[in-house]
Design a protein around this ligand. Structure first.
Ligand code: 13P
Length: 339
């Protein structure tokens, strides 16, 4: 695939009014989500859940692509159509999570680095044949006493850059995700400082590894107060600090920024995105790639029962449309009441 094709896929991922659904929960994560509604994480339930999401009528109005987990890319819907085709028939691009999750860094207590580079070239080739147009790799940065260290930020940035280069070599658009966790009692000022530092180190490595910036998407966390910080910053503060941190560190050549939700409530994640877009125009598209903030209300309505599918889909469609409106700063709290 040429650079122009990478660029065109990246731009389609962040097309106006659209964003990405992250439905790439690993086995451990989907089990935790299913535990919360008291159902088993078995193959049948995982398929039924993902089928409920992907067959929701009209989501293509708000969703440009879906990030899948390895198992889901190899799974078919009840009628035998592989999920990748279910999505592409609706004009939604399938993507794939390719990292193998975080492991502790020896001698750096409380810090992790993401694994999965060994054999990645071969795995990407197979994913491409299975229909994936883009990929995702998540790095995790924790804020705490004396952390993050430079070693942690650099090790994660190097892995992200090596992954991104391997994707582009194979004609797959990399989503580069350095997540600064909101867990902890840190202030929003500290969150901004760590986010800027992390992004600076990440883009340095992307440059050193010759990653084509026009053919990638950045998936960062928003600059928010630590979950346990006694003072919680308001919507405007979050939006202003996040945009400021990004403007200081993300080259304008990058076509789009697609935020993760990171444990914010569904409505907060929409409000923050809306506030940022209302402050635009920005050098890049400002979009979403939420998992929990798009799925949680639907998951709770579904509860693993076929009889709840229609109700859950209605809720999922509503969240997708709210975030689509937030892409242009047109979201209004009234939309929640109306629903
Ligand atoms: P959340 O939106 O739930 O943070 O998940 C996004 C994601 O894909 C994390 O890797």
């Amino acid at each position: 695939m040429s650079k122009q094709e990478l660029e065109s896929v990246a731009q389609t991922m962040v097309a106006k009014g659209k964003g990405i659904l992250a439905a790439d929960e690993s086995m451990g994560t989907i089990k935790r989500r299913f535990d919360s509604i008291k159902i088993d994480s078995n193959e049948n339930n995982r398929r039924a859940y993902r089928e409920m999401l992907f067959t929701t009528k009209g989501i293509e109005e708000a969703i440009s692509g879906v990030i899948l987990f390895d198992e889901t890319l190899r799974t078919a819907a009840g009628d035998g159509t592989p999920f990748a085709q279910v999505l592409s028939k609706k004009g939604i691009m399938p993507g794939i999570k390719v990292d193998k999750g975080p492991i502790d860094i020896p001698f750096f207590p409380g810090e992790v680095v993401t694994e999965g580079l060994d054999g990645l070239r071969g795995r990407i080739k197979e994913y491409k044949e299975l229909g994936a147009k883009f990929a995702k790799w998540r790095a995790v940065i924790t804020i705490g006493d004396g952390i993050p260290t430079y070693t942690c930020m650099e090790a994660n940035a190097q892995a992200l850059a090596r992954y991104a280069a391997l994707c582009q070599e194979a004609g797959i658009v990399p989503i580069v995700e350095p997540e600064v966790l909101l867990d902890g009692s840190h202030t929003i000022e500290r969150s901004q400082e760590v986010t800027e530092h992390t992004l600076k180190v990440t883009f340095t490595q992307l440059f050193l590894h010759r990653v084509y910036l026009e053919g990638m998407i950045l998936k960062p966390s928003m600059v928010v107060s630590g979950k346990d910080c006694p003072t919680q910053a308001g919507i405007k503060d979050v939006a202003e600090r996040t945009i400021r941190a990004l403007k200081r560190t993300v080259p304008a050549a990058v076509p789009g920024i697609a935020f993760l939700s990171g444990g914010q409530s569904a409505e907060k994640a929409t409000e923050h995105l809306n506030a940022m877009n209302a402050m635009g125009p920005h050098p890049w598209e400002v979009s979403f790639s939420y998992a929990r903030a798009l799925q949680d209300p639907a998951l709770k309505a579904w509860k693993g029962e076929a009889g709840n599918v229609a109700a859950a889909q209605k809720i999922f469609y509503h969240r997708a449309k709210c975030n689509s409106a937030a892409r242009t700063g047109k979201y209004d709290k009234q939309m929640e009441a109306a629903a």
